[in-house]
Design a binder for this molecule. Structure first.
Ligand code: LRH
Ligand code: MN
Length: 426
């Protein structure tokens, strides 16, 4: 299903007066700030959509498919990300997961993606599931495995994923390892680390010159005693030992309760070893909920550290880090859920761009704790939705993506076109 430009313009026309009133109020309230440069940064900011989150997710207790119309092929997944990008102008890339999305004809996929204004973001390997017909099992891990042949199988899979990525024009590989142990005594932690590092070094040496490798850490699940890339420190250790093309990847749901993620982000950025993000939200574990749906203040504080740290290094906000969503939709329409995640991320970024850095630094230098909090919360408590909407308008997208998604009955159209289909992925 395609959303035509005239459908978007008709929608925007119906909302233009109230939008312009809200924007005018914002411009008056923030007249001391160059809002034009903020809007330009918002227009440039693109968030990659995971190919494995375009269908209904589930847990071990069950999966309650939505009304259908889920993408059955990579082509239909690209079409769905194209829909999101047409609606919000901020979803300009798709991140594939191999073997859930093995490209048969890379050139055809590249031109299909380009026809929707999309590019291929980081590729994701999968050595956390056994594939039919594979010689070895990853039950006791992949890159860490005590068995050299099993490590070799996992290394070759990652090199295969890099080849697919090169053909699609991607320039990064994300490696998340489920590797670890479930009981004390099961694993020699030092050997597991050394096996994993040695294996990652073989994968690293297969990276093209301009590529990056993102080492994604996670505290627990599916292993529940130790995880071999279990936290930011371990991921930083691997990335530092691997070389300049290796970075850490921060999945917001992969931390132990109450971890100070914004401090972790500030330090990884300072070290030049922050590669990118998997945005989502959680209350307990790796819940993969909608970004900003549980802890919106934390999302703002993370972007506050990102803007401060990236500007301190003169980094390009839109291009120098990997911005990706990694969520799972157990009770919502996947496309609506993704639209809400992108909106929450754009609002947190806009809020961080409007923090009065000079005043904040002064308050920090004077240990004026209350003043510092006032400066941060003034921006967090400001309704900047009209600014994000203006960025969409300038990008030729919809002022209210979910309203248009529902107005055009996109899900019903997809169901009529595809039937009661269920997507591959998590
Ligand atoms: C692991 C993870 C990883 C993906 C998977 C789908 O929890 O976050 O990024 O490979 O989800
Ligand atoms: Mn992830």
């Amino acid at each position: 299903m395609n959303i035509e430009q005239n459908q978007i313009e008709k929608h925007n026309d119906s909302l233009l007066t109230s939008h312009q009133r809200k924007l005018a109020f914002l411009k008056e309230d923030w007249s001391h700030v160059d809002l034009e440069s903020v809007i330009k940064k918002l227009v440039d900011f693109q968030i990659a959509i995971p190919s494995w989150a375009l269908g209904t997710g589930g847990t071990r207790f069950g999966r309650f498919a939505i009304t259908g119309g889920e993408p059955r092929t990579i082509e239909e997944k690209i079409e769905d990300v194209g829909l999101l990008h047409a609606l919000n102008g901020a979803s300009g890339a798709i991140s594939l997961h191999i073997p859930w999305d093995i490209p048969q004809d890379a050139e055809a996929l590249k031109s299909l993606a380009a026809s929707y204004g999309l590019k291929f973001d980081a590729m994701n390997s999968n050595t956390f599931q056994d594939q039919k017909g594979s010689a070895h099992s990853y039950k006791f891990g992949s890159l860490q495995n005590v068995n050299k042949d099993i490590r070799k199988q996992a290394i070759e899979h990652n090199i295969e994923v890099i080849k697919h990525g090169i053909a699609l024009g991607s320039d990064a590989l994300t490696v998340w390892l489920a590797d670890g142990s479930c009981f004390p005594g099961q694993l020699n932690f030092r050997k597991a680390f050394e096996n994993t590092l040695e294996s990652l070094q073989e994968i690293y040496s297969a990276l093209p010159e301009n590529w990056k490798i993102f080492v994604e850490y996670k505290a627990f699940e599916p292993n529940f005693y130790s995880t071999t890339v279990g936290d930011w420190g371990q991921s930083l250790l691997y990335a530092s030992k691997l070389g300049k093309k290796a970075y850490t990847l921060v999945d917001l749901g992969h931390h132990l309760p109450n971890a100070n993620i914004e401090q972790i982000v500030a330090l990884l950025l300072m070290e030049g070893k922050l590669g990118g993000f998997h945005f989502n939200d959680s209350k307990y574990g790796d819940d993969d909920l909608t970004a900003g749906s549980i802890k919106p203040y934390q999302l703002f504080l993370i972007f506050n550290e990102l803007v401060e740290g990236m500007d301190a290094k003169g980094m390009n906000h839109a291009k120098d880090l990997g911005w990706m969503i990694d969520a799972s939709h157990n009770v919502k329409d996947p496309l609506e859920d993704l639209l809400q995640s992108v909106e929450a991320i754009m609002i947190a970024y806009a809020q961080a761009l409007l923090v009065d850095r000079k005043a904040l630094n002064e308050a920090q230098d004077n240990n004026d704790v209350a003043k510092a909090q006032e400066i941060l919360q003034h921006t967090f408590r400001s309704d900047l939705r009209a600014l994000v909407a203006e960025a969409r308008l300038r990008a030729g997208a919809a002022l209210s993506p979910i309203a248009l998604y529902r107005g055009l009955e996109v899900r019903n159209n997809l169901v009529n076109h595809r039937g009661n289909t269920v997507a591959t992925g998590l």
